[in-house]
Design a protein around this ligand. Structure first.
Ligand code: AOF
Ligand code: ZN
Length: 360
């Protein structure tokens, strides 16, 4: 089998950690000796062994002289666990094939150097794009000091997200809503605006399956209007981001377990770029934006949305219904945001489009 085929296998192993490695990247590893797979492993949970360690343990003595295929550069630092580069040098394979460098500045090529200095041949860059795509949030946090933001929207075929009454349950069908649970489950945080809290009172939790954690729930709420009874405050792990300094209201929210953070812009709104920077500082990798047209519009206008996951339902909701993005002042074709489509498929009776805004 080719290097590429083995890395593809390691990527499939890495995907098994899709929902659980947070805040660590998803990483897979295969040890191959004389064409035979003698060990494989993947990173399962932060604080637990890295992919290489699991694969080397499975391989035992057969790792000596073998080729190790790993989807991320082996680490060379002491984090929650000791360096994988040391474990590899000890196991003494003849070659290590790496899909992509670790963007973590504590590693950033030094893991590769350590292996080479120990006389191990190292090849890098096999299926690099796929390996990076598996960890868009980790890549973004390390390289841009902000999370990867994915906006999820459920809309009618005429692009509407709620009736004039505010009613929106349900635009899409069961299959699409189950699919949304998976996007939530892989996210480190879920973000919505106060309008959505007041209108829908969502809990923003992962309910479909147990991943052993819940994403942080974040609300942008300039004037601290979140009611203490809001469902998303029912479990700990809610962050209310405000632009006001109403100490009394903040204290009330504290009492029901919420964290309150003030990040105002000069004109009294929540500073969205500062919020994302703050979230990166808390090791938030992927953010799922599940909000109404106000916050979605502001996030798009600030060029902070990296990906859209759009569920198109086979219905028409008419011109009084609400849209997806409040973007004012657009006049000319040149003012549009264009989108690059990555994937289109049917999910139950709905259509799912995954696309990326192209910011100029
Ligand atoms: C690897 N293999 O499977 C993973 C790596 O706190 P720690 O010890 O778990 O280290 C976390 C860092 O290690 C993380 O930020 C990233 O740079 C790297 N993740 N490295 O060699 C793995 N998950
Ligand atoms: Zn490691």
């Amino acid at each position: 089998m080719s290097d590429e085929a083995h890395i593809a296998h390691a990527l499939r192993l890495a995907r098994r950690g899709l929902y659980t490695t947070d805040p660590n990247p998803r990483v897979g590893c295969v040890v191959v000796n004389e064409g035979v797979i003698v060990g494989e492993g993947w990173h399962q949970r932060a604080g637990e062994p890295h992919a290489e360690i699991n694969a080397l343990r499975a391989a035992g003595q057969k790792a000596r002289g073998a080729t190790v295929f790993v989807t991320l550069e082996p680490c060379c630092h002491h984090g929650r666990t000791p360096p994988c580069s040391d474990a590899l040098i000890e196991a003494n394979p003849s070659r290590v094939v790496v899909a992509t460098e670790d963007p973590n500045p504590k590693v950033a090529g030094q893991g590769l150097t350590a292996l080479r200095q120990a006389g191990i041949a190292v090849d890098v860059g096999i299926l690099q794009e796929q390996a990076r795509a598996l960890n868009p949030g980790f890549e973004s946090r390390m390289r841009r000091q902000r999370p990867f933001v994915r906006a999820k929207l459920a809309v009618s075929l005429d692009g509407r997200t709620a009736m004039a009454s505010g009613e929106s349950k349900w635009i899409t069908g069961d299959a699409a809503r189950a699919d949304v649970q998976r996007w939530r489950a892989r996210s480190s945080a879920i973000l919505c605006g106060i309008g959505t809290v007041l209108q829908d009172d969502p809990s923003l939790t992962v309910r479909a399956f147990d991943i052993g954690r819940q994403p942080l729930r974040v609300v942008t709420d300039s004037n601290l209007r979140t009611p203490s009874s809001a469902k998303l405050l029912a479990h700990k792990g809610a962050l209310i981001v405000t632009a006001c300094d109403d100490g009394e209201r903040a204290a009330q929210l504290h009492r029901v377990g919420a964290e309150v953070l003030s990040l105002p812009t000069a004109d009294g709104a929540v500073d969205l770029a500062a919020l994302l920077q703050h979230l990166a500082g808390r090791e938030i990798n992927e953010v799922l934006l599940e909000s109404g047209p106000t916050l979605c519009g502001a996030m798009l206008a600030a060029k902070l949305i990296d990906e859209l996951v759009l569920y198109l339902a086979p219905s028409l909701m008419g011109s009084e219904a609400r849209g997806m993005f409040n973007l004012s002042g657009l006049q000319y074709m040149a003012d549009r945001t264009t989108l690059e489509i990555d994937d289109v498929r049917a999910v139950g009776d709905d259509w799912r489009i995954i696309c990326r805004p192209v910011y100029l």
